[in-house]
Design a protein around this ligand. Sequence first.
Ligand SMILES: CC(C)(COP(=O)(O)OP(=O)(O)OC[C@H]1O[C@@H](n2cnc3c(N)ncnc32)[C@H](O)[C@@H]1OP(=O)(O)O)[C@@H](O)C(=O)NCCC(=O)NCCS
Length: 170
Amino acid sequence: MQAKTPSESVAILTDLVLPGETNPLNNLFGGELLARMDRAASIAARRHSRRITVTASVNHVAFNRAIPLGSVVTIEAKVSRTFKTSMEIYIDVWIEDRESGIKNKANEAIYTFVAVDETGRPIEVPAILPETELEKQRYDAALRRKQLSLVLAGKMKPNEATELKALFTE
Ligand SMILES: CC(C)(COP(=O)(O)OP(=O)(O)OC[C@H]1O[C@@H](n2cnc3c(N)ncnc32)[C@H](O)[C@@H]1OP(=O)(O)O)[C@@H](O)C(=O)NCCC(=O)NCCS
């Protein structure tokens, strides 16, 4: 299988925040943002693998800034690292300033998707070759995040998470 670059998987969703999608403070409801990010991540995972993909885990979400009603929200999802059958997807969320058009970073998240066959069984995905400095940083840190996610899910013993442990002992 031929390796791919992160830019080959990029998925960008731009949409408005409408009244039915907000909390009592008139900011975007967290669950709505999670769903939008899941959709964008799913497209990125599919573009990388060209397979059916399922969400295996939401590894990290930071709701750093509220997103007000009426905002134009852009969600950019890209595969940051692949393993055997799983893919880490890094998601950046931007709000566009109405007057200047400048996009400011509002939130980010990291999801894990798994490619599966028609019966739902995990199937191998192409490798990934990071190109930019940011892509390389995200690629390098992804193994620690995978180990943390597996430890928290009870699928890996903490003493087997060698890269993760090294973070605390270096
Ligand atoms: C995700 C799923 C396919 C994993 O199946 P599984 O039987 O656990 O298969 P495996 O143990 O071989 O795991 C497959 C890959 O997922 C990874 N994985 C599984 N759980 C994970 C987690 N919590 N965090 C990170 N990676 C995880 C494994 O490490 C493995 O990666 P690798 O092959 O790249 O090394 C299966 O649990 C599933 O179908 N879940 C439901 C998915 C779904 O419906 N999502 C929508 C939610 S409504």
